[in-house]
Design a protein around this ligand. Sequence first.
Ligand code: DON
Length: 567
Amino acid sequence: MSPSRRFFFFSIFLLTLYSCVNHSQRIPLKGKISEKAMVSSAHPLASAIGLEIMKKGGNAIDSAIATHFALSVVYPQAGNIGGGGFAVIRLDDGTIASLDFREKAPGLADRDMYLDANGRLNSKQWSTHGNLASGVPGAVDGMFQLHDKFGSLPMSELIQPSIDLAKNCYTLTALAADILNINQDEFQQQNRWSIPHLSDEPWQKGDTIQQPELARTLTRIQLQGRRGFYEGKTADQIVAEMKSGNGIITHSDLKNYKSIWRKPIIGHYRGHQIISMGPPSSGGVALMQLLRGTANYPIANWGHNSAKTIHLMTELERRVYADRATYLGDPDFVDIPIEQLLDSVYNQQRYDGISFDKATPSAVVSAGEIPPKESPETTHLSVVDDQGNAVSITTTLNSSFGSKVMVQGAGFFLNNEMDDFSSKPGSPNLYGLIGGEANAIAPNKRMLSSMTPTIVTYNDKLKMVLGTPGGSTIITSVYQTLLNVIDHGMGMQEAVNAKRVHHQWYPDEIRLETDALSNSTQAQLEALGHQLRMTDKIGRMNCILVLPDGRLEGGADPRGDNTALGY
Ligand code: DON
């Protein structure tokens, strides 16, 4: 069959799947169920590609890599080759691994690079917008490292479907059109030429986008491996892009980038083993601290989203996020007291002061309260194959479309991950998170993350794969979804659909999704002294649960276009 005919049949196949998916997402409390294998990601086309790879005999790692590349085409607000992330893996034989493919500060970065002459945060938003906001991307190296260690199909087969998608075109969902429309002004301001995501007319559901330059970049990666991105033409394009503005990423930054296999964070909760990501993500440590605190209390009896449960979670969260701000950063640059932070006595002492009669005010911090200003975007994908191997990957450009700069000629957006550093101690970042010395900017250092790709086992058998975007809310979304299944007895889709709340020490407020808490629960929490703030959607989980009979239930978040597909 000619390549164009093959693409035609593949597109029909994807479209067929897509219409089924939309239909199944309307079933409220039951997720996609499949017998053997499943992939859940932020976009139906990416999930379909990941599934197809497993049907062709690829394993969960192959599928996750193919899904990751596909997201860089069809989910450009967060799917990426210009960003970075973390992967947690558990093979059916019990092998556990975690890969850090987080971005790094460029070699020319400087701890005060976002401050003005008076030591104040520069008003030009350079840590979030434009070329100076970008860290050295880690995603492409990460995909090759994953593949070298665990992949089974040739890498070129995992990238080909994404090249086809970029070369031809993909169709926008209503949500995708909305998010492009919101970002049109920014695209115009940050780019000196037209990019495929700009349009004179508002984007609408059903419109298509073709990305020939991205197809060529992906083809270079396919043909030359990691050198197709970190050296040669793509590297030249990235460096030229940097030079055209105030960017500082150099050829040697790119050539020297390396993702790192890290020791996963492993803990236990009510008989389950929890495997998650360690520093430079704060996710795993914070999740384990929260679970340690929760294990002392019968929250199942107190009820899901009851005032007492939310009060406890809030009190735990404010203490854990305070620890995060003080102690966590890149382990290659700072000594992180991980063992102490996870120690049961330490946590017991931390939580001893919790009163059930009143909220503890968060410590007063000098900086003002700056709630998140723009729509954030990261994305998570979960995969289980027919052998029981599991992959949990969270990947990001940081905020939506990262720095909003598309590398001229190369067709991909660069991240604005530098904002995850603490640019100025005590000053909140995009997510209202404050930090200190441990997360100060330094050349070649990795910025602290909240990404929490997680895998749960029970009796040495895979039970759950989970994760989400959401900046600072990632940790608490994973925490709540885990509790929803383990304590509140929910199925996977129900646990994902359940309304979420969030507290992060500072600002000292509980953020809640609409209808998360009844009026009386809200009144009880306010009577305890909690500040409540309604917020937009929290998180977009992609999860998979192994049911007692061995089948798989997907939990694809209805807050996005998330889609679980399986066979
Ligand atoms: O690494 C982090 O914690 C952030 N850069 C994640 C950003 C994010 O989740 C935005 N998405 N909704």
